[in-house]
Design a protein around this ligand. Structure first.
Ligand SMILES: Nc1nc2c(ncn2[C@@H]2O[C@H](COP(=O)(O)OP(=O)(O)OP(=O)(O)O)[C@@H](O)[C@H]2O)c(=O)[nH]1
Ligand SMILES: [Mg+2]
Length: 204
């Protein structure tokens, strides 16, 4: 699979615009501003594939990217943006619910949390969503560059303890520094193709 051969397909703003899940999907979910788009870009080693914003929670869109005609990467709108109006929150819930309920045989969730704060209560709601719908998920503990060594180890152990037995794995990550990228690639490709070695048939 050639990760370079990725293109933006569609930004779905309403339920009717969502795509059929006719191939495996990797779904990036998480709190607004946690770095979902940045993690997606880091995964692809592309600077501007998914839009990275300074104003969180602005867009309520489900963004689809096609990887080599074999996989969809899906950037979900973030949750928990405090200043969002109620009508917008309802629109978020409707879109996410509709998306998650589209029948699909192969879906992997990538739950992006902030290594300094997560998992928050809303993150645990997302965990419950994934579990109810039997979508396996990995946790990307992002912004690791913001912590020192000791604090990093402590926070990682805490996150692992809270989510053990529920997530496939916790990947310590920094979209800014590229930390954890190889592990995330390995994990995602293992899911998509059943391959264990990230270099196996992959063009990065
Ligand atoms: N220091 C640091 N900053 C990061 C990291 N990842 C993302 N950021 C910053 O966090 C902010 C939000 O990043 P986005 O990727 O837009 O976050 P998002 O979750 O996609 O946000 P929404 O789409 O608005 O929900 C940006 O200013 C990024 O530069 C990281 O690993 N380390
Ligand atoms: Mg984003």
């Amino acid at each position: 699979m050639n990760l370079h051969n990725t293109e933006f397909i569609k930004s779905a703003a309403n339920v009717g615009a969502l795509l059929k899940a006719d191939r495996p999907e990797v779904i990036f979910a998480g709190r607004s501003n946690v770095g979902k788009s940045s993690v997606l870009n880091a995964f692809l080693n592309r600077r501007n594939m998914a839009r990275v914003g300074n104003t969180p929670g602005k867009t309520i869109h489900v963004n689809y990217f096609d990887v080599d005609g074999k996989l969809y990467l899906v950037d979900l709108p973030g949750y928990g943006y405090a200043r969002r109006e109620k009508a917008e929150q309802e629109r978020w819930a409707e879109l996410i619910n509709a998306f998650l309920q589209i029948p699909s045989s192969r879906r992997l969730g990538v739950l992006v949390i902030d290594i300094r704060h997560g998992p928050t209560e809303l993150d645990m709601t997302m965990v419950n969503y994934f579990e109810q719908l039997q979508i396996p998920f990995v946790v990307v503990a992002n912004k690791a560059d913001k912590l020192g060594k000791t604090e990093l180890a402590k926070r990682t152990a805490e996150i692992e303890a809270i989510l053990s037995g529920r997530t496939q794995k916790v990947v310590v990550f920094s979209a800014m520094k590229g930390l954890g990228r190889a592990e995330l690639i390995r994990t995602i490709l293992h899911f998509v193709e059943g391959k264990t070695d990230a270099k196996d048939g992959v063009t990065e």
